[in-house]
Design a protein around this ligand. Structure first.
Ligand code: ADP
Length: 248
């Protein structure tokens, strides 16, 4: 048994939809504190993999564990989220009519009744946590503005902040820079690197400029399993990867 369990351990995961193998004996290991970029063509199985990790989809075969002991194939999404896996979906879903600050208050409280949550007093410790997160996601100046006023990129950051206030140990992020300006894309790479100082991160992304800026190990998925793993330069010069991206 290794000294430290991987934060995420996937081994031989298969998911079949009506006879079609969305994941085919997928194996992947994430070390504690690691940030990993996941790339791969459309239909490679990236979303299905995230669905397995968060308990949304049950694999027919394989092992999926969080921190060595939580069996991700046997718990529901709420339990897995509470255990420390946060997931950011591609489209931001913030409360547009509430301020940035109140969005973070609601995110700490979880999906309860919006009004009772906002009118209850917030603990000073929670306000501190929210202000720290606002700094991380670069929204301190927008603290008291309605979330609806934010740019698309800022809404993505707010949503990342809404996950951070829940203090996940592993953050899953799906295409964070889709639709962002170049400046926002650069800032998002910095932001994720900063988040990665205290948590593990797995980020699915198509934008190779962004993946290069992250400067982390890359896993290439293809037809439901891992095609290649290594630095971006290594996988981009891999013959099989070139074939999958260009050879059709
Ligand atoms: P990616 O995120 O890499 O684009 P997905 O995980 O979304 O890939 O999809 C992998 C394959 O599984 C695709 O061919 C997709 O059509 C199929 N698939 C995904 N979800 C379902 C589902 N709920 N029912 C049937 N097929 C699905």
């Amino acid at each position: 048994r290794p000294a430290r369990d991987p934060i995420l351990y996937l081994d031989g995961i298969s998911v079949t939809f009506d006879g079609f193998k969305a994941l085919n004996a997928l194996s992947l290991l994430l070390e504690p504190g690691e940030m990993r970029a996941i790339i791969g063509p459309n239909g490679a199985g990236k979303t299905t993999m995230m669905d397995v990790i968060t308990g949304k989809t049950r694999p027919q075969k394989g092992t999926a564990r969080f921190k060595g002991n939580l069996d991700l194939t046997r718990h529901d999404e709420a339990t897995i989220a509470r255990a420390g896996i946060g997931r950011k979906f591609q489209k931001p879903t913030v409360f547009e009519n509430h301020t940035v600050f109140d969005n973070l208050v609601l995110a700490i409280a979880g999906p309860r009744d919006v009004f009772s949550t906002l009118f209850r007093s917030i603990k000073p410790r929670q306000i501190e946590r929210i202000d720290a997160v606002l700094e991380t996601v670069r929204l301190t100046a927008a603290r008291d503005r309605p979330a609806g006023d934010l740019s698309h990129g800022q809404k993505q950051w707010l949503e990342i902040g809404m996950l951070l206030v829940q203090e996940p140990e592993l953050l899953l992020v799906d295409e964070p820079v889709a639709g962002m300006t170049d400046l926002e894309t650069e800032a998002t790479a910095d932001l994720l690197r900063e988040i990665n100082k205290t948590r593990s991160v797995m980020v699915v992304e198509h934008d190779m400029t962004f993946v290069r800026a992250l400067n982390v190990k890359v896993t290439v998925l293809h037809e439901g399993s891992v095609l290649a793993e290594g630095s971006l330069d290594q996988v981009q010069s891999n013959e099989r990867v070139i074939e999958v991206y260009l050879g059709r």
